[in-house]
Design a binder for this molecule. Structure first.
Ligand code: 5GP
Ligand code: MG
Ligand code: MG
Length: 180
């Protein structure tokens, strides 16, 4: 596949992971989920906006009975801690006793997923796992066990296939990385 570079805002990006590889990796992930959740009727919780393409391509490849719901995370300053906490918006399902699979675009420091898992566990699900399109293992700052990872990447800023740079780039079919 021919490498391409594009300009987004003030930065240059070059092709990094082509759609063909993304789909191949997602297909393997779907097979794994089908095996692990065959009898569990999982509830997939897709974290918007970044996960939208990943979620569509992943879940049309699974065949177990499942439910799909979409949530957003809003940052707010927790009165009782110094750090930023993310509030879950749009979670209307009762997840008690359910097998929940969180679908994320990318795990970087792990801060987002760590906070999300803490809040979900307070609601007593039967299990919670995370499936992410991308993961930067070198950046992880929490002892997170991310069970399903489509592709690990080094510490580079990427856009495309759902991921944005200041609002742009989500619609790109391939993943691009920033040119330093
Ligand atoms: P974390 O909380 O794991 O540090 O970061 C997770 C969030 O940071 C992601 O959901 C995403 O919005 C953003 N993020 C982290 N790395 C990247 C990247 O390389 N590209 C883009 N577009 N967003 C990123
Ligand atoms: Mg995300
Ligand atoms: Mg973003």
């Amino acid at each position: 596949m021919n490498p391409r570079t594009i300009q987004i805002h003030d930065c240059e990006f070059s092709t990094y992971i082509f759609e063909e590889e993304i789909i191949a990796r997602i297909t393997m992930l779907a097979e794994q989920l089908d095996k692990d959740y065959a009898e569990k009727r999982p509830l997939f919780l897709a974290v918007l906006n970044g996960s939208f393409m990943f979620v569509a391509d992943l879940l049309k490849r699974v065949s177990m009975p499942c439910e799909i719901s979409f949530i957003r995370l809003a940052s707010y300053q927790d009165m009782h801690s110094t750090g930023k906490v993310k509030e879950i918006l749009g979670l209307n399902e009762d997840i008690e006793g359910r097998h929940v699979v969180v679908l994320e675009d990318i795990v970087d420091t792990g801060h987002t997923v760590h906070g999300l898992l803490q809040q979900l566990r307070e609601r007593n699900p039967a299990s919670v796992e995370v499936a992410t399109l991308l993961m930067k293992p070198d950046c992880l700052q929490h002892p997170l066990d991310v069970k399903y990872v489509a592709r690990e990447i080094p510490n580079d800023f990427v856009v495309g296939y759902g991921l944005d740079y200041n609002g742009l780039g989500r619609n790109l079919r391939d993943i691009y990385k920033i040119v330093p």
